[in-house]
Design a protein around this ligand. Structure first.
Ligand SMILES: Cc1cc2nc3c(=O)[nH]c(=O)nc-3n(C[C@H](O)[C@H](O)[C@H](O)COP(=O)(O)OP(=O)(O)OC[C@H]3O[C@@H](n4cnc5c(N)ncnc54)[C@H](O)[C@@H]3O)c2cc1C
Length: 403
């Protein structure tokens, strides 16, 4: 059994950030990844300015293979059923359009950690002073012994499931899927990521250009039919926006998503010597932007391990104290008071709204309200409002709600 300081599960961006902090502090760190690297990752690859800064500051300039065409994105355009569209540029200018297969591999290599790919996490036992991690490689069992384990293994996190077996049943699950189309005619600007606040289309509807094709994506509560939902969106884009596309290519894809924990401050940070970070912990910024919070939370998980050893404190205590800043950033993005009176996002929604005439402004607000009503069945409204009211009183969001 290989014995190291820290095992990180998942060769993701959160993992790369955590590994960087650990390796820099001199801790022997192994990253295990179930797929062969470089691995495919379903993602639009639209990086927020904060995520971009993190990559530059920690890993250096991005090599050319880490981006798709168009190589950069100016910002986001919101579209509404009343046919008002609002383009919003990112603060600080365009950001790279990441090709996750290569950007994640580049970042994990730059972290300096030892990486074991084709090695799938299967379970763990926290023995108090160390953790035994069970995994399998090419069908053969393999074990590691580590002082701490970090689960950076994405929304369906097997690490979180190992630590909290009932957790996955307690939250609503969504499916997001995308199809790729050759373009006949597409009036949607290729410089922006396009998002529809349209309850008739789904919980999460988007489109953007990539490598000469147009992506049409749709997200909805798990259990609905992807092909049907996608067809409705494609028809809508053609009728309302004049987007004419060839039938979808065969390489469509989809996955489960855990929207929700960051809206209602129900993050899951692990137990004992096992930490969860990135989207495994529930970090997801508004309109599904998850890379910047994966990077920052990952880095904090690594720093927490280093700090806990230095101070000889329980790692959960240290991690929870340190991660509160990222919780504030992420949950602020969903906080209606912050949206109304502050600037929690990285593009200026209030300014774009004020540029509209008062009639269009009213339409946008009405359409947004109708869209929010779509999420009523999840009973998030009261929890969001109570978090929003608590925020100025305690200067953050209650740690009592975290697992
Ligand atoms: C369709 C779609 C579009 C998106 N678009 C954007 C976007 O434009 N911008 C943005 O910022 N975010 C976007 N996101 C969100 C973003 O992709 C995620 O929030 C982000 O990748 C989370 O990073 P992570 O490091 O937490 O984990 P992930 O990137 O999810 O990585 C988890 C890793 O763990 C590995 N793993 C899982 N199980 C095991 C196991 N048993 N053993 C070993 N390894 C395992 C996986 O293979 C994977 O490599 C999008 C997501 C989807 C689904």
């Amino acid at each position: 059994m290989r014995s190291v300081d820290v095992v990180i599960v998942g060769a993701s961006l959160a993992a790369a950030a955590a590994a960087k902090r650990l390796v820099d502090a001199g801790l022997e760190t192994i990253v295990i990844e179930r797929k062969e690297l470089p691995r495919h990752k379903i993602c639009s690859g639209i990086l927020s300015p904060r995520g971009h800064r993190f990559l530059l500051e920690n890993f250096g300039p991005l090599p050319s293979e880490t981006v798709h065409q168009p190589t950069s994105c100016r910002g986001v355009t919101f579209h509404f059923p009343s046919m008002v569209s609002m383009p919003m540029d990112f603060f600080g200018g365009s950001t790279p359009h990441l090709h996750r297969k290569y950007s994640d591999h580049w970042a994990i290599q730059r972290s300096g950690a030892e990486v074991h790919d084709r090695t799938s996490f299967a379970g763990l036992e926290d023995k108090g002073d160390h953790v035994v991690v069970q995994a399998s490689r090419n069908g053969e069992p393999v074990e590691y012994r580590a002082r701490q384990v970090i689960g950076a293994d994405g929304p369906s996190s097997p690490v979180v499931r190992a630590v909290y077996p009932g957790y996955a049943k307690q939250i609503p699950w969504f499916f997001v899927g995308q199809k790729f189309h050759d373009i006949i005619d597409c009036p949607l600007s290729a410089d922006y990521f396009h998002f529809w606040f349209h309850p008739g289309l789904g919980h999460y509807t988007w489109s953007h250009a990539r490598d000469g094709r147009q992506i049409v994506g749709v997200g909805f509560k798990r259990g609905d039919n992807f092909a049907r939902k996608h067809e409705v969106v494609q028809r809508y884009l053609e009728e309302k926006h004049g987007v004419r596309l060839q039938p979808a290519a065969d390489d469509h894809e989809g996955c489960a998503e855990n929207f929700g924990p960051s809206l209602i401050n129900r993050y899951v940070f692990g137990k004992g010597n096992v930490l969860a970070t990135g989207q495994a912990a529930g970090f997801l910024n508004m309109i599904g932007e998850g890379m910047s919070c994966a990077l920052h939370s990952g880095a904090i998980s690594g720093e927490a391990v280093v700090e806990a050893r230095r101070r000889n404190r329980p790692v959960q205590e240290v991690y929870r104290r340190m991660i509160a800043s990222e919780v504030r950033r992420c949950t602020d993005q969903w906080n209606p008071l912050k949206i109304a009176f502050d600037k929690p996002h990285e593009a200026d929604f209030p300014a774009a709204l004020m540029q509209l005439g008062w009639r269009d402004r009213a339409k946008v607000l009405r359409d947004m309200w109708r869209f929010i009503v779509l999420f009523k069945e999840f009973n998030w409204g009261r929890q969001i409002v109570s978090g929003a009211l608590q925020r100025p009183v305690i200067g953050g969001y209650s740690m009592q709600r975290w697992l």
